[in-house]
Write a protein that binds this ligand. Structure first.
Ligand SMILES: [Zn+2]
Ligand SMILES: [Zn+2]
Length: 459
């Protein structure tokens, strides 16, 4: 699939959860990469629509506020400002911002789900969920911990970081309440489910046509041999968008919300007057495909749940074009940790540093093939080497000038969605810059974020 699609490609920049600011590990993963890929695509004349936003409805947002002793809405406002501030300082652009704090967004999500239940696409089923025997919380997402049934690693009720499997209170081994340690007690609830198994044929077409890294295919291969779950899309709990109509009294599952937001966001950008499921689906007529940037631990969601939601909603053709994934980024050899305050916050770091150098360094060191490691010494050495090159000072013992064009060509091509490799692009660009060439290349503009006019959807 190296030919360029003529239609519009939706590029998804994942929505950061508002339970903390962005750190530079986040930036080095999907955020900068998606922005760079989108800028490069536009410079090549391709039509792209980038989605960004914030994620308010995972229950770890509420957990975080309770742990901090803060009012949850004040906390959300604080972290939201830091996250959007980091986007701005890093030069991360977008065409549509998915904002769960607006009534229009929440109404659209609730309306779409209500229509899908009413028309029978998402059947109401009596299912066994679990609640904590001690504190009574519905055990889902951050409220439950246990061991992954697939690989045995510790996991919460969302997905397993090491193997990417779907996890829930129902599938975790030795599950317990993450909030109080209580034991899970089965409870029966009648909730709408997305029967993923019904979409198997469609999903297999999506997986075959999409450009997916081997690690994502390993997660998917599991589901070639095992049934996919009936996925509860709403349930009784204390956090999330409130359901309407047949879902009155239930809250919408947040990954389901995200999946629906990827339907709504592009449709709303292209057809702002659309107000029903059929009209939002119709807004997808001109969209050729979707490309996700995300961490490998979210493979179940971007490769199974989100495409299944588009299919269930009635988008007629498979739309998955591919995904660019990353591993974790380390800080001085250890995992970033908010609780241990082992982090470099993106907004603070960018406020004190040169944006172009930060973008170039985090791309040069991107944790795409393995967990790479930010060190302050490395960053300073990079800046000392690269700053003169950006100032167009050719190096006496740099690359022979005759080789510059090949380096620039490779840098530009490494920023295509298929085979995206910003670490390679930076290396090639820097080599070219030692000859004084490359300043006006696609790679230079996209990697540094020098291009303007991002917030324009080319229709
Ligand atoms: Zn509990
Ligand atoms: Zn696992």
């Amino acid at each position: 699939m190296t030919d360029q699609p003529s239609g519009l490609t939706v590029i998804v920049i994942p929505q950061p959860t508002v339970n903390g600011p962005l750190h530079i590990g986040h930036l080095s993963g999907p955020f900068l990469a998606a922005d760079i890929a989108a800028r490069a695509a536009r410079l090549r004349g391709e039509r792209v629509l980038t989605l960004a936003g914030i994620d308010v409805h995972p229950n770890y947002v509420l957990t975080k506020a309770e742990n901090l002793g803060m009012d949850v809405h004040e906390m959300i406002a604080k972290f939201r400002a830091q996250i959007t501030g980091a986007f701005e300082l890093a030069g991360i652009g977008y065409d549509a911002f998915l904002d769960p704090q607006t009534t229009a967004y929440r109404s659209a999500i609730a309306r779409m789900l209500s229509e899908l239940v009413t028309n029978g696409t998402l059947p109401m089923r009596e299912v066994t969920l679990h609640q904590c025997a001690d504190c009574g919380r519905t055990l889902h997402h951050s409220y439950v911990v246990g061991k992954c049934a697939n690989c045995g690693s510790g996991a919460n009720g969302l997905s397993c970081e090491p193997c990417g499997s779907f996890t829930s209170a129902q599938t975790l081994v030795d599950a317990s309440c993450a909030r109080c340690g209580g034991v899970p007690r089965p409870m029966t609830a009648t909730v709408p489910v997305l029967p993923l198994e019904n979409y198997r044929d469609r999903l297999i077409v999506e997986w075959m046509q999409a450009e997916l890294p081997g690690r994502v295919r390993t997660v998917l291969e599991h589901y070639l041999h095992f049934p996919m779950p009936d996925y509860p899309v709403a349930y009784p709990t204390n956090w999330g968008i409130e359901g309407i109509g047949p879902l009155d009294g239930l809250r919408i599952d947040f990954p389901t919300e995200l999946g629906l937001s990827y339907l709504y966001g592009p449709a709303n950008a292209l057809r702002p007057r659309a107000a029903s499921l059929a009209e939002w689906v119709d807004g997808w007529r001109d969209i050729a495909g979707v490309w996700h940037f995300n961490g490998i631990d979210n493979a179940f969601y971007f490769a199974i749940l989100y495409p299944a939601i588009l299919a269930a909603a009635g988008v007629p053709e498979p739309k998955m074009r591919g995904a660019t994934v990353n591993e974790l980024y380390l800080l001085e050899g250890r995992k970033f940790s908010t609780s241990r305050n082992h982090a470099l916050w993106a907004d603070e770091f960018l406020a004190a540093e040169d944006r172009e150098l930060v973008r170039l360094y985090l791309s040069w060191d991107r944790p795409d093939r393995y967990e790479s490691n930010f060190t302050n010494d490395g960053y300073r050495a990079f800046c000392a080497y690269v700053q003169p090159l950006l100032d167009r000072e050719p190096t006496a013992d740099g690359l022979p000038g005759a080789l510059a064009a090949a380096e620039i060509d490779r840098a530009d091509r490494a920023l295509q969605l298929v085979g995206f490799d910003s670490a390679l692009a930076v290396r090639c660009l820097l080599n070219a810059l030692t000859t004084g060439a490359g300043c006006d290349s696609v790679a230079m503009a996209a990697l540094t974020g020098r291009t303007a006019g991002l917030a324009t959807v080319r229709r």
